[in-house]
Design a binder for this molecule. Structure first.
Ligand SMILES: [Zn+2]
Length: 418
């Protein structure tokens, strides 16, 4: 039995139905839910392919022209989309189709990327294009710092009144985050503990706030806004190499957050049971071998008494560029450990793409061959050998893009049904 548009009951599509329904929180597919899903699919097609005609949208979505016409009329009425000028002329001289676009000014999105030293606040439009951006020194007192950010957001709202609506604030944080309770739990780089970030910022701005940790925000940014060749990617592993090591995992297009909402802390998988003590209570964690802290420590041991004393990865990468042997060896060793950890994660997760973010990727020419060699040697599944391992698509602060994407995700993602 088949149904043309619904595409169900065909043998090759059966594998797409994989979720067990959640009977504690049933979301049956009523008319409103179907309408929402179709509306969001259309917004995604528009976001990805704009400018695009109704006929092309019908072709991509598999929905009939009448349904497309109904939904686009609604979206035009809600100012979510706009008709794009007069359209192109057709070769046979018929009435040209009117292409559609997202209305960039429909929603303003705020993104806050909090890091140990410097935090950035940005305002993006519905296309996730940044229209305003400012930076602040991160304060050690969380509530007064967040109040200050709240005040700046109120100012930006006043200044950018061409936006029809401000959809919310996404916040990227450097440490453990529980985005069910809206709290920032703890971090090794920031002296904030159990901070109710969502509550504080919502009170200061009146806007809905979503938070997540920087590795997961970066993973989200890659899946929504990464390079065009990732457009087909549904499963992605993001490895954030900074002071610590953390990961973001995207499974079937969605961020995996885990049962207690703290998933992604692969930096604390021991890779050497006889290794040094880790702050997490275990020994020989991956973090102790492949984080920036580990690389800088290795460099200072390798340079002996003669070399330069340095404290940031940026400076270490500059030394690599200038041909410094100790700096190059330190980074090469880190690449080997990155390869060891990534191999284990590829074996376990089978992502289509592994994206690495952090200052160390500025030395991509040095680290890539070592990481690739390490993974090739140890991967289990033969198909895993073709896995793409790439530096982040974003030159500057993927986590800022990710903070904005948290808000965009709430406007464009397709809800779970069942
Ligand atoms: Zn650990």
């Amino acid at each position: 039995m088949t149904q043309k548009n619904g595409k169900f009951h065909t043998s090759h599509s059966r594998h797409r139905f994989t979720r067990k329904p959640n009977l504690d929180d049933v979301k049956a597919a009523g008319h409103d839910m179907l309408r929402l899903v179709n509306r969001r699919i259309l917004l995604n097609i528009l976001s990805d392919r704009q400018p695009i005609s109704r006929a092309e949208i019908a072709k991509i979505s598999g929905l009939n022209k009448a349904t497309i016409s109904t939904i686009t009329s609604e979206l035009l009425k809600d100012f979510c989309i706009v008709e794009d000028g007069s359209g192109r002329t057709t070769p046979i001289g018929g009435k040209p189709p009117t292409p559609l676009r997202l209305n960039a000014k429909r929603f303003g999105l705020f993104g806050v990327d909090i890091r140990a030293d410097e935090s950035i606040l940005a305002l993006g439009d519905f296309n996730n294009r940044i229209v305003a951006r400012m930076s602040f020194e991160t304060g050690s007192n969380a509530s007064s710092f967040l109040n200050k950010i709240g005040k700046e957001i109120r100012k930006l709202r006043g200044k950018h009144h061409s936006f029809i609506e401000f959809a919310g604030i996404g916040v990227s944080l450097p440490g453990l985050v529980d985005n069910h309770t809206g709290k920032f739990l703890l971090s090794v780089v920031l002296p904030w503990r159990d901070v109710p970030v969502v509550q504080l910022l919502e009170k200061a701005t009146g806007l809905p706030v979503t938070i997540d940790n920087s590795a997961r925000c970066s993973a989200l940014a890659e899946i929504w806004h990464g390079k065009a060749q990732y457009a087909h990617v549904r499963n992605l592993l993001y490895v954030s190499v900074s002071t610590g090591l953390a990961c973001g995992v995207v499974i079937d297009g969605g961020l995996y957050r885990g049962g207690n909402n703290t998933a992604g802390q692969f930096g604390h998988i021991p890779i050497n049971v006889n290794g040094p003590d880790c702050r997490c209570g275990q020994r020989g964690c991956w973090d102790l071998y492949a984080s920036d802290k580990a690389t800088l420590k290795r460099y200072s041991e390798m340079r002996g008494t003669g070399g330069k004393r340095i404290s940031t990865m940026r400076k270490l990468v500059e030394l690599v560029d200038s041909g410094d042997t100790a700096a190059t060896d330190a980074i090469r060793e880190t690449a080997r450990y990155l390869g060891i950890g990534i191999t284990g994660l590829i074996n376990g997760l089978d992502p289509e793409v592994v994206v690495i973010g952090g200052e160390i990727t500025k030395a991509w020419g040095v680290i890539e061959p070592i990481i690739v060699e390490e993974t090739k040697r140890n991967l289990l599944a033969p198909r895993s050998h073709g896995i793409a391992i790439r530096p982040s698509a974003f030159e500057v602060r993927p986590s800022l893009k990710g903070a904005l994407t948290l808000v965009q995700n709430s406007l464009l993602s397709v809800p779970h049904m069942g």
